[in-house]
Design a protein around this ligand. Structure first.
Ligand code: NAP
Length: 344
């Protein structure tokens, strides 16, 4: 049984972590630390989950206790740098849901996040926690960089083909779409209902911070072709949808590509290879990543959908916690269907 500290636990992803921690059989207790919401009660901040979680006061992030075993950080970028080095030096385990430790090089962090990295010595030893793809154990890891929401969807859907067709790939073009919760809870005028209702728009074209994160992992898996990544805002609160078009040098057979995807994920509890393009509705509120692959001669189209707050953040973070402690990966996040006695 472990004790958990959630730093920044009053945001969108923090709320999901509170719910998962409340239901996890090996979490003995947790505390939530935050900034402007310190001293508020969880039941006041999250009335919808009152009664489902233990009500407690949010503690000030200025006085984080070192008594917990594991720390989840769900803070705006740059803020984790103020906490992670001290936690690591005290021997604590850390899962950072932000982007501060995902890139391998401080130069890349400076280029894309416009910040000097004050603990770049940790970038090499961290584990990039793409939980469903890397089947290796990481029980001896201390710092896990939880992947971003777009990278989770895009990498899980592209890595099988990249690993198997590396030299045969001419180019990859990915159009990805996110709901507005991807930007967190701080009010911004472009996310107002009046702006987003009935609307779709591309944003951060060629400048999205998730692009180097995706490429870093694609390169490590044999990719060396042109890659285009374009992000769009959808008029929904939750969800990531990504469609990737892969142009190959030679014709391929659809059945053999589909077989590769099935083999790569046959032991994964959370990746479902679908017979048709997935829909956002199939994955919302779950830790599933749904993928469909369709092939015509030299053209491969891969579609994928995830919940950005669960598989793209808190759900994958709990999966990573389970892997860190050597527990079943699905503990606390996979709710098996319970048959009602009266219906069976
Ligand atoms: N939203 C997503 O879909 C998603 C997916 C994957 C990863 N992430 C990453 O996860 C992190 C959290 O995202 P989120 O959407 O949950 O954010 P959010 O809703 O904006 O919540 C941010 C949390 O951080 C606290 N905080 C804000 N400014 C702070 C400061 N200066 N010092 C200390 N604490 C501060 C807030 O506390 P108060 O409430 O007290 O102000 C709140 O608890 C970000 O790095 C984000 O990139 C988000």
């Amino acid at each position: 049984m472990i004790s958990i500290g959630i730093l920044g636990g009053t945001g969108y992803t923090g709320k999901k972590l509170i719910q998962f921690c409340s239901n996890h059989p090996f979490v003995k207790d947790f505390e939530v630390y935050a900034n402007t919401t310190a001293d508020e009660n969880l039941s006041t901040l999250f009335p919808d989950i009152e009664g489902m979680i233990e009500d407690k006061k949010v503690l000030s992030i200025k006085s984080v206790s070192f008594d917990h075993d594991l720390y989840f950080l769900t803070l705006p970028h740059g803020e984790a740098l103020n906490f992670v080095p001290a936690l690591i030096s005290k021997g604590k385990k850390v899962i950072d849901l932000g982007g501060d430790y995902r890139l391998d090089f401080e130069e890349l962090y400076l280029q894309w996040y416009k910040l000097e990295h004050s603990s770049s010595y940790l970038l090499k030893s961290k584990v990039y926690g793409l939980a469903d793809f890397y089947k290796t154990e990481y029980t001896d890891a201390q710092l896990i960089a939880n992947p971003g929401c777009y990278p989770t969807a895009v990498l899980l859907s592209l890595l099988p083909i990249v690993k198997n067709f590396g030299d045969d790939i001419v180019s990859v073009s990915c159009s990805a779409y996110s709901g507005t919760s991807g930007a967190g809870k701080s009010p911004k005028s472009e996310f107002l209902l009046t702006e987003m209702e009935g609307n779709v728009k591309a944003y951060n074209v060629n400048t999205h911070r998730h692009e180097p994160e995706i490429l870093q992992t694609l390169y490590k898996n044999g990719f060396h072709s042109p890659f285009a990544f374009t992000t769009h805002l959808l008029p929904v609160a939750v969800g990531i949808y990504a469609t990737s078009f892969i142009h190959l040098k030679n014709n391929v057979d659809e059945a053999s590509v589909q077989k590769i995807y099935k083999q790569v994920y046959e032991e994964s509890s959370f990746v479902r290879i679908r017979k048709m393009p997935p829909e956002l509705k199939w994955v919302i509120n779950s830790n599933f990543c749904d993928i469909n692959v369709s092939v015509k001669e030299k053209k491969v189209v891969v579609t994928t959908a995830i919940d950005n707050l669960v598989k793209g953040a808190a759900g994958q973070a709990i999966q990573n916690m389970n892997k860190l402690y050597g527990w079943d990966e699905s503990l606390g996040i996979l709710q098996k269907e319970v048959k009602h006695a009266a219906l069976s």
